[in-house]
Design a protein. Sequence first.
Length: 192
Amino acid sequence: SATQTKGRGQRGRKWESNFGNLYLTGCFYNQKTTPGQLSIAVGVLISNILQAKLLNTELKIGIKWPNDLLVNGQKFGGILIEMEENIYVGIGINLSCHPENHFSVMPAAHLPTVSKDWLMKEIIKNIDDQFLKIQDFNAIRQSWWNFAKDCVNDWRLREPINGDVVGIDSLGQLLIKKDDGKITHRHQTFAS
């Protein structure tokens, strides 16, 4: 759509929905997919699309767990999962502008060289295939890690990470290796 009047992010935070940016919501009926897997898969899909588009530029696409999309370490988009009878996936991407000083945890950015119509068509064209790929989540996990590993030390999460992030598990939970070598999991929370 062109704009939103009640956009929101994780934990009920306000998401400024300015004209010219991209806002999409999709409904998924297949309950065999976990919300964590879907959040990760959609982030990977969008990152792959944009990485191919921006290949010969100085812009580097990254992902911050669990649902933030980054360009050169700044947040330009996010994914919101809501669980009701079905799973709803909300996508917000700053293309024409971004809010000033809105993100207290991470600076905001936008991608003015990317066409909203083009990106929307690419997401819609490829999302069903990406949804099918979730059945083999290992490939998505590896793609996610390729986008996340270079910026993981710059992440600012609500709860500090005590240890080294080493990837995600088969449910999309963050894997953290402690100093003693033990691996712990951090799960995502989803609106309902």
